[in-house]
Unconditional design. Structure first.
Length: 130
């Protein structure tokens, strides 16, 4: 067997060996210790803005100032973005709106570090008003 054939054979064996790696069970890291109490599955801490009463009129200005209309269609704001959900059709309630505005969801960034809780409440009231 020539040296070139041997190298080709070894490379083929290496490719097949590497192809067999992975594809097994997905594993995620787990903490070795937990400080405090672990939250129950499916629960989150309450967002401070959820306890506030939002002002939809003020929320309209905050919505505009933060470029929300660039991603969302929302007739009340005159926006026609098509990246995020259509807020005219989403049916999102106030508490869920507060959670998503605060923490983000999918492609939507979190605004919890940029907006005050009252501002988040105001935007949530604006986008969920009837």
């Amino acid at each position: 067997m020539s040296r070139l054939s041997l190298i080709a054979l070894l490379l083929a064996a290496l490719v097949f060996a590497l192809a067999g790696c992975g594809g097994g069970e997905e594993v995620s890291p787990t903490p070795q210790t937990i400080e405090g109490e672990a939250p129950e599955p499916g629960t989150t801490e309450a967002d401070p803005a959820a306890e506030l009463e939002g002002d939809p009129a003020n929320g309209e200005g905050i919505y505009a100032a933060n470029g929300c209309g660039g991603c969302h269609t929302f007739e009340a704001a005159g926006s026609s973005g098509n990246v995020g959900p259509n807020l005219d059709e989403s049916g999102t309630d106030y508490e869920r709106a507060v959670q998503v505005i605060t923490n983000g969801s999918g492609a939507m960034p979190a605004f919890g570090d940029q907006l005050e809780p009252q501002e988040i409440a105001d935007v949530a009231a604006f986008v969920t008003q009837d």
